[in-house]
Design a protein around this ligand. Structure first.
Ligand SMILES: [Zn+2]
Length: 91
């Protein structure tokens, strides 16, 4: 199957989705686990919402929004009940 034209769109919460030229909108969480003829959806490159690094959609966690590293930070801070902003240090 030929790869259709698409755009990355965001809803009001900033969650992204893939909009195909026929108007179909596929949430990132679904697009990232696509396989078979739609496998290209999981290989769309997107930036992590927190650190801005570019990843394949399928590497952006369960929701297709953040990389595993940033997800881990969010999870840690939730667990600690700390509302402070996490700083990301690059090595
Ligand atoms: Zn990240």
């Amino acid at each position: 199957m030929e790869k259709p034209t698409y755009k990355i769109v965001r809803n009001l919460n900033g969650d992204r989705a893939v909009r195909l030229e026929n108007g179909t909108t596929i949430p990132a969480a679904i697009a990232r686990s696509s396989c078979g003829p739609n496998k290209w959806l999981s290989e769309i490159k997107c930036k992590c919402r927190d650190c801005g690094e570019v990843f394949l959609l399928r590497d952006l966690g369960e929701t297709g929004q953040r990389c595993e590293f940033c997800l881990h930070i969010v999870a840690t801070y939730k667990w600690m009940g700390d509302s402070a902003t996490a700083t990301v240090e690059n090595d």
